[in-house]
Design a protein around this ligand. Sequence first.
Ligand code: PLP
Length: 398
Amino acid sequence: MNEQLLADEARYVMQTYKRAPVEFVRGEGALLFDSEGREYIDFLGGISVTSVGHCHPAVVNAIREQSGQLQHVSNLFYTAPMVELARRLSESSLGGKVFFCNSGTEANECAIKIARKAARARGVENSEIISFEGDFHGRSYGSLSATPGLSKNPDFAPMLPGFSSVPFDDAAALREAVNDDTAAVLIEPIQGEAGVFPLSDETLVAAREACDKSGALLIFDEVQTGVGRTGSLWAFEQGPVRPDVITTAKALGGGVAVGACIGNSQTGEILAAGDHGSTFAGGPVAASAALAVLDLVDDPAMLRRIRALGDRLTEGLASIEQVVEVRGRGLMIGMRLADGIVSSEVNSALLENGLVANAPRPDSLRLLPPFVLTDEQADHAVTVIADVLAGYHPVESK
Ligand code: PLP
């Protein structure tokens, strides 16, 4: 590892991340290459971003062509890629209007504003937004206030008023919490940062019914689950209910920063001129990259392939003695390790053995591989995980 790079990072970059001691210099498909020429299979995808693989030729071409033609003019003018992207996002999901932004956090910020304005229109002055414990919605003050695990950190108090949470997947608690003052239920259909925990159908139905009864909006944060990750373009398509608003980012740009908040025929009409904005949002380069990603992912054959790869990996991982649970859907996979095995140690060993993964909680690893993974790469990854875990002796039986 380049000592000067380590020293400069420590000297000049705010130390908000713990980085693994690897410098990546190139990516191609499901593979990453470090500065010492070592090859890795990427089972993290930049945290669910590079879902069509690193440097997919269609995404590279779209960025190249658009950046040679027009990069930015602001939202004070019309640009075709942005309008076309809005059409594709709307028609593939809730059918309403779209607001563009540059990240998942900002997409949720927009959804929160929509919810509060809609509540005010119903005559509710101090409305509340309810999430589940363990949810992650972002790092700005609105989305942070809706992230129960982080919002209690006194270093950043005070949080915004009007946010509360109920225990994860507790349908009864959610029904009880939602009332006439509720602006929205803002939830992840499958919690990602918490370690891959899907909500039950019962809870999703309870959320829909409670919102319908009170007039609150049901908002799905699909920042991690969206754009094919679970084997359908949007995770909500595989569940029993339709949300009123969805938010997306991460995989949408294939590696370029872009986010969107998508409404239905009613929620897409709530924000008016001057209510919200963002200088870079929906810019031609990001929108062109996202259109190239949607061309690849919004395709039944690709979505079938994601489900098949997910099944293949789940079966392989479940057969490893030290893996006691495999959770998730499609290529969003969490695996719990047997008692006494520390996931961060395993994760470091995997990296040393050429597999990039992630340890979101002490007992679990998270896998978010790209959709362009070959069967051989999938099987090889399972073998690497099994070989690394063979060095650990479970103290818990299955
Ligand atoms: N929502 C969910 C479900 C996420 O997983 C994340 C990021 O991990 C975010 C929101 C925040 O997205 P961003 O980091 O792009 O602001």
